[in-house]
Design a binder for this molecule. Structure first.
Ligand code: AMP
Ligand code: MG
Length: 488
């Protein structure tokens, strides 16, 4: 383990030409205090929890003290927001301090989110409120624990500083980490401003640091795009399999590394509702749960457009055409695992679609059903009463269960083994909105213990945790109709 002062920072992004970013001094939050820390994320920087207790840690994470090698910059990007191109967005409230190389040789960029205004703040105040900071913090770490690629969250700083949204709230700061925070929209910015040299420079920067096997390779830019298509298809398949809706899949929120990025009004499905819209501001359902694969492809097409100066159009089109088959194969593989199936058979697609249709009709709880399905008794006389009870029309479930039983028998499935396999892929604990809301409400009263408890439970989503059963419960009535907007 290292001490804070032993971390060596560098900021290679700040060394790109001046058009890429602007140096900005962070504006520390008044009377800031570290209110929650992710021990797993700390370890990525080779730090332990004792280190996070030091006032120096607070000062560095609050942007009040810079360590050697840190060069805080706000990066420029553009993006398609709800389908409309916005020519200049950029980090309006985030600052990239630089990156640390850890003992394992990984490089982690460290970014402050909520550290004050930048030249890209437009009308914004450069701040983040406690509510949205807790939501991003909990979900980043929960997604990681689920095995889904994501940016990470190191810690939250709270402050009594007033921040004005629909009402007065308090300011907070999230320390975010990722190997890179480059977005599709970063490429779009340079392409649309006709800085084609900078499109190439950005692509080569990304290749050198994150796709080193492509460095110097023929057609490296084409291959970079193909890999981004592949990573994005795999990411979305994981979202769909776990029941995660991002809520604002604008191209400025799409990571070039295929990470889940920018947690705003996201939501995990409670009841299975394919058209679930988690973002209260999304009136047309553009970013509804079942639209995510289509939107990801649309966003990739925007990225393709931005790469036209580097890659022949036919090659971009060919790469885009791989999205649907990759997504479909990945989704089916993950869903087959959720059903505990080891073999791949023709009839699996139908089996899945029938199940999802029955679940949608009954509004069956998505997470609870798949977790419970591990306990399916495949013997002919079993009635699987507790699963049956999760359907408004139990006969529909019975008909499906007969198909499932036959399918399991066809591959010689053994119930006990299947249960173990299924428990490793069907989480018991996901960050339901009502759980986040409960933790936020307590934190707003100054009690962060629920944030910590929830983070700890969600760090082991596939384990039965004695004493934590309440966190696997479906939402109470009030928790079903929570409205989450873009306001953050
Ligand atoms: P988001 O919806 O968080 O992905 O943000 C979209 C854009 O608005 C990004 O350019 C953000 O930097 C910017 N932004 C969001 N909130 C603020 C704020 N409070 N102050 C300044 N910029 C902001
Ligand atoms: Mg964003």
């Amino acid at each position: 383990m290292a001490s804070l002062e032993q971390l060596t920072f560098q900021n290679p992004y700040a060394s790109l030409p001046p058009e890429f970013s602007v140096r900005v001094r962070p504006a520390p939050l008044a009377e800031a205090r570290v209110v929650s820390v992710s021990p797993e994320a700390l370890r990525l920087l080779d730090l332990d929890e004792a280190e996070a207790q030091r006032p120096e840690f607070r000062d560095v994470m609050n942007g009040a003290r810079l360590l050697p090698g840190m060069e805080p910059v706000a990066t420029v990007y553009a993006g398609h927001q709800f389908g409309v191109y916005v020519p200049r967005l950029g980090d309006g409230r985030a600052l990239l301090l630089g990156e640390v190389r850890n003992a394992a040789g990984e490089r982690w960029e460290v970014q402050l989110k909520g550290s004050g205004p930048t030249p890209f703040s437009r009308m914004g105040d450069g701040r983040a409120v406690l509510r949205s900071t807790i939501r991003e913090y909990l979900c980043s770490e929960a997604m990681h624990a689920l095995g889904i690629p994501t940016t990470r969250a190191l810690c939250i700083l709270g402050s009594p500083e007033a921040v004005y949204r629909e009402e007065v709230e308090t300011g907070a700061l999230l320390v975010r980490m990722a190997p890179s925070h480059v977005r599709f929209g970063t490429f779009e910015y340079f392409a649309h401003t006709e800085q084609t040299g900078h499109v190439a420079l950005l692509a080569d920067h990304v290749i050198a640091r994150h796709f080193p096997h492509l460095e110097g390779a023929p057609e490296r830019h084409t291959r970079l795009f193909s890999e981004v298509v592949d990573r994005t298809a795999r990411l979305i398949a994981q979202w769909q399999a776990v029941g995660f809706a991002h809520g604002v899949m604008n191209t400025d929120n799409m990571s070039i590394l295929g990470l889940t990025l920018d947690y705003g009004p996201y939501g995990f499905l409670d009841d299975f509702e394919p058209g679930f819209i988690c973002n209260h501001s999304d009136h047309t359902g553009r970013y509804a749960f079942d639209q995510q694969p289509r939107i990801a492809l649309w966003n990739l097409a925007c990225l393709a457009q931005a790469l036209l100066s580097l890659v022949p159009e036919a090659a971009l089109r060919a790469a885009l055409e791989t999205f649907a088959p990759t997504y479909s194969a990945q989704w089916q593989a993950r869903m087959r695992q959720k059903l505990g199936l080891r073999e791949t058979r023709e009839e699996d697609r139908g089996l899945l679609e029938t199940l999802l249709a029955r679940m949608a009709e009954s509004r069956t709880d998505y997470t609870r059903f798949f977790r419970a399905l591990g306990h399916f008794d495949a013997s002919p006389q079993a009635d699987n009463a507790s699963l049956r009870a999760m359907f408004a029309a139990p006969e529909g479930f019975d008909a499906w269960a007969a198909l499932y039983r036959t399918r399991l028998a066809a591959e010689g499935s053994v119930d006990a083994e299947r249960r173990e396999r299924m428990a490793r892929v069907n989480p018991k604990y996901v960050l339901r909105n009502y759980l986040a809301q409960t933790a936020i409400a307590r934190a707003q009263q100054g009690d962060f213990s629920e944030v910590d408890r929830l983070r700890a439970v969600l760090s082991r989503p596939y384990e039965d945790q004695p004493g934590a059963e309440a966190y696997a419960e479906p939402p109470p009535h009030w928790g079903r109709c929570l409205e989450v907007s873009c306001s953050s």
